[in-house]
Design a protein around this ligand. Structure first.
Ligand SMILES: CC(C)(COP(=O)(O)OP(=O)(O)OC[C@H]1O[C@@H](n2cnc3c(N)ncnc32)[C@H](O)[C@@H]1OP(=O)(O)O)[C@@H](O)C(=O)NCCC(=O)NCCS
Length: 153
């Protein structure tokens, strides 16, 4: 059986994350191309930000995607899930669903989070189906502004 693992983002995988994000940038609210320089500056800040934990999704040791949990609020016990990308050759094989399960387990067990939320572009039907399947429900629509959907687990 294939093994899916979440491995924390590191200086060795930050370039993989940038390339994957640029390849799929149309699905993100900040959809501009990210340069190496900007990404390194972001990474330097990221390692200081305890409330943001990003992972590289590995399949049998090979990086195939990214996922993150951030805006972790320890007093409210809430956190946001996002930055989910499964690289094209690996899509539609259940890995996105499996990665969400792993990050929710991590959030509950390691970070003590009770409630998870997310937002996504309202025309991202693939992601919407995936999040619904993983147990999220749409709570709010912001069609007039950015075509944004909010979901809660
Ligand atoms: C969205 C994404 C993460 C899905 O990952 P995945 O590994 O392909 O998802 P899964 O194989 O676990 O699929 C789970 C469900 O998602 C939905 N789904 C996934 N890909 C789909 C597609 N191309 N068309 C329609 N539904 C799709 C289906 O409901 C699917 O369930 P099913 O296989 O029983 O039909 C992946 O397509 C991706 O990286 N897209 C680009 C980046 C992106 O949009 N990220 C989300 C930003 S909010």
């Amino acid at each position: 059986m294939k093994q899916l693992e979440l491995i924390p983002l590191s200086s060795g995988t930050v370039e993989f994350a940038r390339q994957l994000r640029n390849k799929h940038r149309k699905w993100f609210f900040h959809s501009e191309e990210i340069s190496k320089q900007t990404h390194i500056a972001w990474y330097r800040k990221y390692i200081e930000d305890w409330w943001d934990v990003m992972f590289i999704i590995h399949l049998d040791g090979k990086p195939i995607g990214t996922i993150a949990i951030y805006n972790i609020d320890t007093s409210k016990r809430t956190a946001e899930v996002g930055r989910l990308i499964i690289d094209e050759p690996y899509q539609r094989q259940g890995y996105g669903t499996a990665a969400i399960k792993l990050i929710l387990d991590y959030g509950r067990e390691t970070l003590n989070v009770l409630d998870f939320y997310l937002s996504l572009k309202s025309d991202n039907w693939d992601a919407m189906n995936l999040y619904k399947k993983a147990g999220f429900v749409i709570t709010e629509k912001e069609d007039r502004l950015h075509g944004k959907l909010y979901g809660k687990h």
